[in-house]
Every structure is written in structure tokens, then in C-alpha cells.
Design a protein around this ligand. Structure first.
Ligand code: AMP
Length: 447
């Protein structure tokens, strides 16, 4: 097997990799690093979780090692664009770790935090800048920075950039970059519109693709339960209490929904934190840190906020609501199958979400195992503890007896008698015999 030591990377980088106990490159690293070391442009189809960050960070660090230069005032030598603040912070952290034996400055610029500190950092010049497009253009408009000295440009998560409506800012940024540079472009999916965006930035790129998306799904044991929207909270509380959870990431479709789920969990005595776009940067960082350090086991998130979150040891992903875009489901469950680990994904499917489940199963080419509602479910619905009162930034007043979409409460009419979609007798929620890493001994029943 190829080792990092065979790739020709500079000594300080190898030392940093050894400190992290990384010995062999992941498939994307193996494919991307050699052409990038030769200075080629690269178009990569890869998701977060494949080792993509190191795939672009390591050869770039090698370039800096071989080509030392003063930092350019009000600019940077390498620009990495990321769709979200969390991912930007995470990428910067990776650069700091992989470059810890080199004297490089790594900075982030993104919205939601004061701009002045960022302006000051940029004055002296930066080696590696990780930015979200909006704040970057703000800084450029304020004449606090320019992009004329960029030698390496990375556009990460291009499909997410498009989803977030960053296409116009990206086209502007493209015009501000120097022609002479190395460009890297990564996306989890490569439909025509994304490929066209890539063509703007790239020149004769090497094309690299790692395992199609379905492979993530294959490593995750996937379950689904059909349940009324209004009864999902009771099912969540039961699931969280009965599953052997190390860390669970719970996805909701809306920010308000995320806050509401947290308050219900807290009402049931289960500690949880939320992360979404209405939280301040400080709140988001604190929530992520508590989750990462294992102080809080339950993190409730919206898709955008969770994008790129790299926390190891997520044993469960719970889809409180299914995403209406099937690819998003793959991103979500990928949080629990990082770096070769296996995990469990549980989806709560309301009647109006069955179509999403079908689309998901088509994209992943896998079937979720349908799990019946537990026997004591009706009782659990009736006895669902009241939500904890809203805290700072906790959203609108309690609408506990409403399904969150303005419809009247249906919580007292559990629908557990409905047959599942195959008309099979409902079997208890159970784990496949092959076991799930560290959770092998867990009793996996929603009872
Ligand atoms: P990424 O796709 O860049 O978010 O990386 C996913 C996770 O895999 C991160 O926690 C990385 O630190 C880790 N990782 C990246 N490359 C390797 C490697 N060669 N060996 C082991 N873990 C790695």
C-alpha cells in the first residue's frame, strides 16, 4: 500500500502527518496529490469525509515549502473558498495541523463576526486564507484586500455554493483572480451547471473522482419509521433514551424546528444543543465544541449549518425530517461514516415525506429497513414531557401542541396501527448481526 512517505512531500508535512498517525493516503489523496504536486489544475468529485481537505492542503503546503516568499500585503498566497463558516473554520484548522511544523499564517474570513479584526490580519498579508464568498467580497469592496497575489485557488463544495446562491459572487471572484495560478475545484456532485462553473476556473484540469455517493450509504445501517409529524418528538425521545448513542446528529428542516426539538429533549431531561443560521457565531462554536468534546451527546442541526461538520465518533444520524433533495440525505448520513467508520441512520418519515424516501432510495441504491413504532408508543405520545422554556435565541414561543406547521395537534392519535409500506408484519427495531464498530453490544430497540 502506498504510504505518505512515498509521495515526495516535504519533511515538515510528513512529520505533521506522523503526529496525527496518518500513514496511508485515502483514495482521493492518492489520486490528487501527485498531479497537484506537478502544479496541475484539478476537478474533483468528492464528498466531505473522504479526506478531501488533506488532498488539497498537503500539496499546497509542499508548494509553500518549496517556494518561500514574503506574505503579500492586503492579500494572500492561497485562497480557499468554502460555502459555510463552519467548514471554513474546519479547513483552516486542518491547514494549521498539517502545517504545524512550517511558519505559515492561516486565517479565516467569514460573516457573523466583526470585520475589523479580519481587516487588520489582512494588512500584514496572509499565506493561506479560507473564506466564505460574501465576506470576502465585502473586504474587497472596502479595499481591505485584493486577490492579485493568489497563487493557489481552491473552490470547495461547489454544489453547495450553487445551492446557496453564490453563483454571482463566484463569477465576480473569478474575474479578480490572476490568470497565472493553480486552481482546484471540488464538488460532491457534478451536474452540467456545476461542471460549467468549474470550466470558468480551471485550465486543462486533471479529473479525479472518488467512489460514487452510494458507497457512503453502504457503510451506514439505515432505518426508517413511518410516523405522524406531530408524533415525531415522542419517537425521538424514545429513540434517544433507548439507543446506545455515543454522539447523535439530529437533522431538522428548519431553524425553528431545530430549537423546538432541543426544547422538547431538554423537557425530557436530555441535554441537547442546536446549530443553525440564526445562532450567533459564538453560539455555533460553543455548541460544536461541546459536541466534539462529548459534553453534549445530541446536536440538532439544519443542513446548511451541519455541512462539513467533521466530528469523529458520531454513532447516529437521526433525520427528524427528511431532506427534500436526495443528495442531502447522503451528506447527512455521511456524518456517521467518516474515515471508514460505520454508523446508524434513522429516518422519521411522515406521510408527506414518503416521496422523499423513495427518491433517496433511488439515489443511494439502498433500501432503508422499515422499523415499526414501538409497542409503548401511544403511551409515550400521551406522556411526552412538556418542552423546556425557550432560552436566548431559542425561537418563537412554545407551540408544543401544534405540529410546527400550524396544523392542530394530532399527538393524541398515534398511528401505530398502520401497516408498513410492504404490508409486512412490523418487526422490532434491531441491529444487523455484523455489528457497528464500538456499538456492537448495544441493544437497538426502540422500546
Ligand atoms: P475530510 O474529507 O477532509 O473532511 O476528512 C475526513 C476525516 O478524515 C478528517 O477527520 C480527517 O482528519 C481524516 N483524514 C484525512 N486523511 C486521512 C488519512 N490519510 N488517514 C486517516 N484519516 C484521515
Amino acid at each position: 500500500m502506498t504510504q505518505f512517505t512515498n509521495l515526495g512531500l516535504a519533511e515538515p508535512i510528513l512529520k505533521a502527518l506522523a503526529a496525527k498517525n496518518y500513514t496511508s493516503p485515502t483514495p482521493i489523496q492518492l489520486k490528487a496529490i501527485p498531479p497537484l504536486l506537478e502544479g496541475r489544475d484539478l476537478c474533483g468529485i468528492a464528498q466531505t469525509g473522504t479526506g478531501k481537505t488533506a488532498a488539497f492542503a498537503l500539496p499546497s503546503l509542499h508548494y509553500f515549502h518549496e517556494n518561500p516568499k514574503p506574505r503579500p500585503f492586503n492579500s494572500c498566497r492561497m485562497l480557499v473558498l468554502s460555502p459555510t463558516r463552519e467548514l471554513a473554520a474546519q479547513i483552516a484548522e486542518s491547514f494549521r495541523e498539517y502545517g504545524k511544523f512550517m511558519r505559515l499564517s492561516v486565517e479565516t474570513v467569514f460573516g457573523g463576526v466583526p470585520i475589523n479584526r479580519q481587516i487588520n490580519k489582512l494588512k500584514a498579508g496572509v499565506d493561506i486564507l479560507v473564506a466564505t464568498p460574501g465576506r470576502l467580497l465585502d473586504l474587497i469592496d472596502q479595499k481591505a484586500m485584493h486577490l492579485r497575489d493568489v497563487e493557489i485557488f481552491v473552490l470547495d463544495e461547489a454544489d453547495q455554493m450553487m445551492d446557496l446562491g453564490f453563483i454571482v459572487p463566484l463569477k465576480r471572484i473569478d474575474k479578480l483572480l490572476p490568470r497565472e495560478r493553480q486552481s482546484l475545484f471540488f464538488s460532491a456532485t457534478m451536474p452540467k451547471a456545476i461542471a460549467e462553473l468549474g470550466d470558468r476556473f480551471l485550465s486543462d484540469p486533471i479529473k479525479v473522482s472518488v467512489a460514487p455517493q452510494a458507497t457512503t450509504a453502504e457503510r451506514v445501517q439505515q432505518y426508517a419509521s413511518f410516523v405522524n409529524q406531530a408524533e415525531k418528538q415522542a419517537l425521538l425521545t424514545l429513540t434517544v433514551k433507548n439507543e446506545a448513542i455515543d454522539r447523535a446528529l439530529i437533522f431538522t428542516r428548519t431553524k425553528h424546528g431545530a430549537d423546538r426539538v432541543v426544547r422538547f429533549l431538554e423537557g425530557a431531561g436530555l441535554e441537547a444543543v442546536a446549530i443553525h443560521g440564526n445562532k450567533s457565531q459564538g453560539q455555533r462554536t460553543a455548541a460544536l465544541q461541546a459536541f466534539r468534546q462529548g459534553k453534549v451527546k445530541l446536536l440538532v442541526a439544519t443542513d446548511i449549518a451541519a455541512r462539513g461538520i467533521d466530528v469523529s465518533g458520531v454513532s447516529h444520524v437521526i433525520n427528524f425530517e427528511l431532506p427534500n433533495v436526495a443528495e442531502q440525505y447522503v451528506h447527512r448520513i455521511g456524518r456517521t461514516a467518516r474515515a471508514g467508520a460505520e454508523g446508524i441512520a434513522i429516518s422519521f418519515v411522515a406521510d408527506d415525506e414518503r416521496q422523499y424516501l423513495k427518491a433517496i432510495e433511488k439515489v443511494t441504491r439502498t433500501r432503508c429497513e422499515i422499523v415499526p413504532l414501538p409497542e409503548n408508543f401511544a403511551e409515550a405520545v400521551r406522556n411526552l414531557p412538556k418542552p423546556a422554556p425557550a432560552r436566548n435565541g431559542g425561537g418563537r414561543p412554545d407551540r408544543a401542541h401544534n405540529d410546527g406547521r400550524g396544523r392542530p395537534d394530532r399527538a393524541h392519535r398515534p398511528d401505530s396501527a398502520r401497516p408498513d409500506r410492504d404490508g409486512e408484519t412490523r418487526r422490532p427495531f434491531r441491529r444487523r448481526s455484523k455489528g457497528v464498530g464500538a456499538h456492537k453490544s448495544a441493544v437497538t430497540r426502540v422500546r
